[in-house]
Design a protein around this ligand. Structure first.
Ligand code: NDP
Length: 483
């Protein structure tokens, strides 16, 4: 398959190239081979994209919401029809196995386009009666939105940001991570094919500096970032200069608590999904797995046994269920954490090594006897490394689960219904799971508290973050004034 796109950027409804921009080599993580070459946006490209988004916005907002929604729903249909090709591309871009990408990436992108397409026409203001007078509110778009994406879910992130933004009548300039620049171009192409006017959804490539230049441009009204906490801090600060709206979907170090009374198979499934899906490169992963002492041996035994079913190899092979990490750099980072885990005294239960394959493969790795102060229990690793920590009581584990600066997600496995809800209420996290882990349906809000972010993606809550309310006061009687 030829994955070289027609050009690096998609602006004003067309592919456009500017070879003056810094070269971006796209590397297939499963082989280390360069599979496409793109160019970072020059100042002229950034300007062109923003000018196009600015110019298109008023016209797009003047369409009825039903008309805008129809475009999004058509785009969802096209994405589903092309699921196979889009999944193959996502696998080349990220290295995630086709077994995952064929059911998660373009499909969840299509879900977002369909959901917000359907919701668009229901976005309304309200009427507030004040005696004879009244106020009505208009829910209006923000204007030009900038989306900046991480590399783990390039199609999904492009859609999770684009769909609600466009449904509300905004236009968007999206910058994918330079590590995975291919998929968002397809999202732009499909939206355009579905009837989005030129300039409504633009994609430009680039390193952090391009993202930074977008955030401070006077034409930009909102910035939505998916990325790490350090980048989030920089982008939040830069956006504050212009008092711009922000959504920050940042990193995490989420707890997954398994009580003695939990079903062991389900708890192991939750821990696998919350640590090894996408080779552990998921922001909401439950990487601190607190296991009550009575179930620890059974849990570790079943976990180790089930990890024997991991199948690595060419991620395009539908039988392969575990891919490489995204880049050589990311593999070095994860290996550094594994070495720290060993050095600080955690017990290496399984994994920990590179795999004898081309590409950036690492074994799924489990540490037991991890304590709260160890580096692997405190820092986000973003790779296939699970830390298992022991605990005795509910109060103790809740306090320890919350003892982190992050607050993205949290999960609990237990057969005790009231305890499950008590834990969910006590977790300091934006997204909680009971007897499951890492589900992210478009109907439910997704986002973090504490350092993990501000704002919510998906669900009706996202509408709040891509629109603003205008109140209009209407007087029905003569107006009195003091003089
Ligand atoms: P980074 O924070 O390194 O980068 C995120 C994006 O921001 C990239 O497109 C990056 O460009 C860009 N960027 C970097 N510096 C700046 C800047 N100063 N101004 C504007 N943009 C900038 O994250 P990663 O790509 O490494 O992704 C991993 C991180 O993302 C993890 O921490 C993970 O938890 C988080 N994440 C959060 C999710 C959530 O929903 N909460 C979901 C997925 C991931 P470039 O890549 O070119 O440097």
């Amino acid at each position: 398959m030829n994955v070289q796109p027609q050009a690096s950027h998609f602006i004003d409804g067309a592919y456009i190239e500017d070879t003056q921009g810094e070269r971006i080599d796209v590397i297939y993580p499963a082989t280390g081979a360069v599979i496409a070459t793109l160019h970072s946006a020059t100042t002229a490209i950034v300007d062109q994209a923003l000018a196009s988004a600015k110019c298109a916005q008023k016209e797009w907002a003047s369409w009825t919401a039903t008309e805008r929604g129809r475009v999004l729903r058509r785009a969802a249909d096209i994405m589903r029809e092309r699921n196979h090709a889009l999944s193959v591309l996502e696998t080349y871009d990220t290295g995630k196995p086709y077994q995952e990408t064929s059911v998660v990436d373009a499909t969840s992108g299509a879900d977002a386009l369909e959901y917000f397409g359907g919701l668009a026409a229901s976005i309304t203001g309200e009427h507030i009666q004040l005696g004879d007078d009244f106020v009505y509110t208009r829910r209006e778009p923000l204007g030009v939105c900038v989306g900046i994406g991480a590399w783990n879910y390039p199609t999904q992130i492009a859609c999770w940001k684009g769909a609600p933004a466009l449904a509300c009548g905004n236009t968007m300039v999206f910058k994918p991570s330079e590590t995975t620049p291919l998929c968002a171009l397809k999202v732009a192409e499909i939206l355009h094919e579905a009837g989005a006017p030129a300039g409504v959804y633009n994609v430009i490539q680039g390193y952090g500096a391009v993202g930074a230049s977008l955030v401070t441009d006077a034409r930009v009204d909102k910035v939505s970032l998916t990325g790490s906490v350090p980048t989030g801090r920089k982008v939040y600060q830069a956006a504050a200069e212009g008092i711009r709206h922000v959504t920050m979907e940042l990193g995490g170090k989420s707890p997954l608590v398994i009580f003695d009374d939990a079903d062991v198979e389900n708890a192991v499934s939750g821990a696998i999904l919350g640590n090894f899906y996408s080779s552990g490169q998921v922001c909401s992963n439950g990487t601190r797995v607190f296991v009550q002492r009575g179930i620890k041996d059974a849990f570790l035994k079943r976990l180790t046994a089930r990890l024997a079913d991991v199948k690595m190899g060419d991620p395009q092979d539908p039988d392969v269920n575990f891919g490489p990490v995204v880049s050589e750099r990311q593999r070095d980072i994860v290996e550094g954490f594994i070495a720290k885990g060993v050095e600080e005294g955690a017990t290496l239960v399984t994994g920990g090594k590179r795999v004898d394959l081309d590409g950036f493969f690492l074994e799924p790795t489990v540490f037991a006897d991890v304590t709260d102060d160890m580096t692997i229990a405190r820092d986000e690793i973003f790779g296939p490394v699970m830390s298992v920590l022991d605990f005795e009581t509910e109060d103790e584990v809740l306090a320890r689960a919350n003892d982190t600066a992050f607050g993205l997600a949290a999960g609990v496995f237990t057969a005790d219904l009231t305890r499950a809800h008590r834990m969910a209420a006590g977790f300091e996290a934006g997204t909680c799971y009971i007897n499951t882990y890492n589900d992210a349906p478009v109907e439910a809000p997704f986002g973090g508290s504490k350092l993990s972010g501000v704002g919510r993606e998906n669900s009706k809550a996202a509408i709040e973050h891509y629109s603003q309310i205008k109140g209009v006061y209407v007087r029905m009687r003569d107006l009195e004034a003091p003089f």
